[in-house]
Design a protein around this ligand. Structure first.
Ligand code: NDP
Length: 255
């Protein structure tokens, strides 16, 4: 018996990387998982197939975040999928994982208003309105987990705008934790460090070696190193943790 049997979950950005690993872990514990993504139909279908191969239940929901009508579009697909499979639209777990990134090496002087607006729209505004929309259908005792980044705790000028968007996301956890506590809904932030998300840079040994040095364990994380932390927060065992910033960076923030 899984720790999330009978639960339903939405994981945004679950077609690849940490989101995929999280969707797999939640499904492994018994949750029915909505695998949200922006445009990569093939990758999302692969996440669903991997979950089903392991005996889990999942369905894909396509909706680009950061554009007008994004959250409405997401909830249309989400609620249709839930209703078809459970006869209701109740949601137990929301993982705000999808994010926009900036190109590496972008100096503060070079950030355009369009870059800034995009980061804020995808990384802060969309999660805010997802939580606002979800809160009416979230079951008492539900879970909201927001995926930030260790970069909100160390100065990195080349990621300033991205870090600002993640800082805003962390505020969502803090204040909503207080707001939803009466319903025993917990709201937490998980902050990964450098994590292999399958992108080509992780195939370059010299790059991986350099990135590894940032973690106290001298390794880059695997996606499931982070997914395991998220899955724990989703369980009943984590009921006494809310409003927390969970450092899942493998000790990167130890300096
Ligand atoms: P990936 O880049 O591997 O995957 C991104 C996912 O988000 C995909 O599913 C993608 O969908 C979806 N997505 C991206 N933009 C949008 C959008 N505008 N609308 C809807 N969906 C979107 O992500 P990671 O696994 O690297 O990162 C996951 C989370 O962890 C993010 O919040 C990131 O900021 C954070 N993080 C990651 C670190 C790392 O080293 N990997 C380090 C610190 C934090 P599609 O496949 O359709 O494009």
């Amino acid at each position: 018996m899984g720790k999330l049997d009978g639960k339903t979950a939405l994981v945004t950005g679950a077609s690849r990387g940490i989101g995929r690993a999280t969707a797999q872990r939640l499904a492994e514990e018994g949750a029915l998982v909505a695998v949200h993504y922006a445009s990569n139909d093939e990758a999302a279908a692969e996440t669903v197939a991997l979950i089903e191969k392991d005996g889990g239940r999942a369905f894909a929901v396509r909706a680009e975040l950061g554009v007008p009508g994004d959250v409405h579009e997401l909830f249309l697909g989400l609620e249709r999928g839930l209703r078809e499979r459970t006869g209701a639209t109740t949601l137990d777990i929301v993982v705000n994982n999808a994010a926009a990134q900036t190109a590496a090496g972008l100096a503060p002087e070079d950030v355009t208003p369009e870059d800034f607006d995009r980061l804020m729209a995808v990384n802060a505004k969309a999660p805010f309105f997802i939580v606002q929309r979800a809160s009416s259908s979230l079951a008492d005792g539900g879970r909201i987990i927001n995926i930030s980044s260790g970069v909100t705790r160390v100065a990195n000028p080349e990621q300033l705008a991205y870090s600002m968007s993640k800082g805003a996301l962390e505020q969502l956890s803090l204040h909503m934790a207080r707001h939803l506590a009466a319903r025993r809904i917990t709201v937490n932030t998980v902050a990964p460090g450098i994590t292999d998300n399958g992108s080509p840079v992780f195939d370059i040994p010299e790059a991986v070696e350099a990135m590894s040095q940032l973690s106290a364990f001298k390794q880059v994380a695997k996606a499931d190193d982070v997914a395991n932390v998220v899955a724990f927060l989703a369980t009943e065992d984590a009921r006494w943790i809310t409003g927390a910033f969970i450092d899942a960076s493998g000790g990167t923030l130890l300096g």
